[in-house]
Design a protein around this ligand. Structure first.
Ligand code: ZN
Length: 208
């Protein structure tokens, strides 16, 4: 029987990033909140589409450009339908795309709140002594890997660091540096818990 518990965590950011816009109505920089609605404008064959944000101070609007003067025949019909219907999954995809949003708005604020879905892939928590975590991230998060692990496993960050110092904790790719950086999609964390008194508690926390 495998002594390694293999688990996949699917991490979803819970709060969409907010662009920081110089609001001409408020007269200063304000966070703008995603209104969860698209605006689609057809000018002949040319299509523009935006995701609409509202100033948290005054409701002034700001447009997050999704399509800019795109020829209608170059757009997937299903995409156009989803845009016109304010499809929540499509709203989420754009609203949580921090990189593009930052690119368009200049500055954004991000939130570390996440939800974690845990799926046991192999092994039994009662019989394992090592943990192999595969991380899947939907979108991006500013949450550091050590904070994620500390929160979900019930281990302090200093303890995680000590495990890493003793080479009981490894991260692929990037190694230990990854601990202090934001969680990324595709990271694999391996923790050898054979010498840890609270091994079973950590393994059961890991599996949900
Ligand atoms: Zn405003």
């Amino acid at each position: 029987m495998s002594r390694t518990l293999r688990i996949r965590w699917t991490i979803a950011p819970a709060i969409a990033p907010r662009p920081l816009i110089n609001c001409n109505r408020c007269g200063g920089v304000r966070p703008y909140q995603c209104g969860e609605k698209f605006r689609v404008n057809a000018n002949g064959k040319r299509i523009d589409a935006w995701l609409i944000y509202r100033c948290t101070g005054c409701e002034n609007s700001w447009n997050f450009t999704i399509l800019e003067r795109r020829n209608r025949r170059d757009i997937e019909p299903s995409l156009l339908t989803a845009l016109e219907g304010n499809d929540p999954a499509l709203v989420r995809r754009y609203a949580f795309d921090s990189a593009t949003l930052r690119n368009r708005a200049g500055r954004i604020e991000e939130f570390a709140d996440i939800t974690v879905g845990k799926k046991l892939l192999d092994g039994e928590p009662e019989h394992a002594a090592a943990l192999e975590l595969g991380l899947r991230l939907e979108g991006t998060t500013p949450l550091r890997l050590d904070r994620l692990l500390a929160g979900e496993l019930g281990l302090s960050r200093s303890r995680l660091q000590a495990l890493e110092d003793r080479e009981r904790l490894t991260v692929e790719p990037d190694g230990a540096r990854a601990l202090r950086k934001p969680v990324r999609d595709g990271l694999a964390v391996r923790i050898d818990l054979a010498d840890e008194a609270d091994c079973s508690a950590v393994l059961s926390a890991a599996s949900g």
